[in-house]
Every structure is written in structure tokens, then in C-alpha cells.
Design a protein around this ligand. Structure first.
Ligand code: GLP
Length: 244
């Protein structure tokens, strides 16, 4: 779907999320959301906060699982995704803190493997992710599933691509400060979501968006695996759709 502006696209994504939350509420069900970080979803979170404040949208039945987190990183670090999510969403809505799941960046490396399996299992205990939102990185990554990621990969510790570390350099005041690793949900984890909305805004994403949608399915551009998912919509603006 192509919108003339990212703000309208963000609003349409927020409306689909709100509709799902309300639908689940009407049935007394939990709504399981998979959440993303980066600049792309900021507009969506802003809309959801407005819907909470102005229309009384309640998040009491919402459980969230974030895609990824840098490793190692302290949750309270201003660069962590834990910090990002609280700043842009969780601090402004009525979600139960117990229902927030973000991969832990401050574990010992020896604890990570077991932790990642527990993260996968926890998603399953809630019946899987109802709606997963995604951005896309310049390498074609979703979450932090860099080129070379396997279609069946699960939550795990990964090494970040140099391009990804360059793109994050601004946030960390220099590439040398960007962590070399991250914990990310796998491609397999993401593909199990019942509904996926990937958003990309601006011309800087046009090349990778073209390859994701029109290119062959391959681990070289991990986002191409979404072509195999039965219920994914890619939400674009004029800039990001320029090469389609
Ligand atoms: C990071 C995140 C991704 C995100 C990507 C794009 O690498 N781990 O989940 O999609 O950045 O970021 P942006 O939305 O800022 O372009």
C-alpha cells in the first residue's frame, strides 16, 4: 500500500493495531503485538499514544514482544531499545509492565542461549504474535536478521553487519560505540506471526524496498522471506516506493 505521506501511512497502521486491540477486548482475549524500533515506527507509536489519550484506547489486554536489543547494553542506557520503547510508547499508555517483553541486553553471554529459547517459548504460551510490525534496514534486515540469516532462524545472538553499525553510529556518537552484537527474534519467529505490517518511509529505503518486493527470495536480503508469508502488507510512502 502506498500513501502520499508517511504520517498517513503511520496513522493507517495505528488504526489497524487499535482495531485489533478493541476486537480482542470485545472477546475478552489478550492481544499479542510484536514491536519494532528505529525511526520508522515512531509515527505509529505517536498515533497510538494519541488514541490512548484522546479516545481512551486501553492497552490493559495487550502483551508485547520486541524484536531485538543491542548486546551488551544496559536497559537504562539511553541507546537501548528498552529505553526507546519506554520513551516513545510504554511510558504514555496503560500497559501492565509485566506484559512488556524486550530481549535483555545485560545478560552474561553464557546465559543468552537459554534466555533466547525461553523468549521463543513465552511467545508460544500466549498463542503466538497476532500482529508484528517491522521496519527494514539498509542491508535488507528485519529485526537484526542480517544477510545470511536462515529462514528458520529463531531468537538468538547475532553479529551486526558493518553497514548496520554505520547506520547506528549517529545514535551512539560514533561507530566505535555501537555494540557489535544483538539479540533478535529470528526470521522463523517473525514468519509465525499471524499478521505482519512492514513500513518503510523515504527515498533512502527505495532500493532495498524494490529488492524486497521484486527480487528473488534469498538470505542475501532477509526481508525477501516475507514474500512467503500469507498475510503481510508493506506500507510505503511515495519516496520508498519510487523504484517499484
Ligand atoms: C534497526 C532495527 C530494525 C529497523 C532498522 C531500520 O536496525 N533493529 O528493526 O527496522 O533499524 O531503522 P529505521 O527505521 O531507523 O530506518
Amino acid at each position: 500500500v502506498v500513501f502520499s505521506e508517511s504520517s498517513i501511512g503511520s496513522r493507517s497502521i495505528a488504526m489497524e493495531i487499535a482495531d485489533l486491540i478493541r476486537h480482542k477486548q470485545s472477546k475478552g482475549d489478550v492481544c499479542v503485538l510484536g514491536l519494532a524500533t528505529g525511526s520508522s515506527p515512531k509515527g505509529v507509536y505517536n498515533e497510538l499514544v494519541k488514541m490512548h489519550q484522546e479516545e481512551g484506547l486501553s492497552f490493559h489486554n495487550v502483551v508485547t514482544f520486541n524484536l531485538d536489543e543491542y548486546f551488551p547494553i544496559a536497559p537504562i542506557s539511553s541507546h537501548s531499545y528498552w529505553h526507546f520503547m519506554h520513551e516513545y510508547l510504554f511510558d504514555h499508555i496503560n500497559i501492565d509492565p509485566e506484559n512488556i517483553n524486550i530481549p535483555k541486553g545485560d545478560l552474561q553471554e553464557s546465559e543468552v542461549r537459554k534466555y533466547c529459547l525461553e523468549y521463543e517459548r513465552k511467545i508460544e504460551t500466549y498463542g503466538g504474535i497476532d500482529l508484528q510490525i517491522l521496519g527494514i534496514g539498509r542491508t535488507g534486515h528485519i529485526g537484526f536478521n542480517e544477510p545470511g540469516s536462515h529462514v528458520n532462524s529463531i531468537t538468538r545472538l547475532v553479529t551486526l553487519d558493518q553497514v548496520t553499525r554505520e547506520d547506528a553510529a549517529g545514535d551512539f556518537y560514533g561507530k566505535e560505540n555501537v555494540p557489535r552484537k544483538a539479540i533478535t527474534m529470528g526470521i522463523g519467529t517473525i514468519l509465525k506471526a499471524k499478521r505482519i505490517l512492514l513500513m518503510a518511509w523515504g527515498e533512502s529505503k527505495a532500493t532495498v524496498v524494490g529488492r524486497m518486493i521484486e527480487g528473488d527470495i534469498s538470505g542475501e536480503i532477509p526481508a525477501t522471506y516475507l514474500q512467503q508469508h500469507h498475510n503481510t502488507t508493506v506500507v510505503l510512502d511515495t519516496g520508498s516506493s519510487a523504484y517499484l
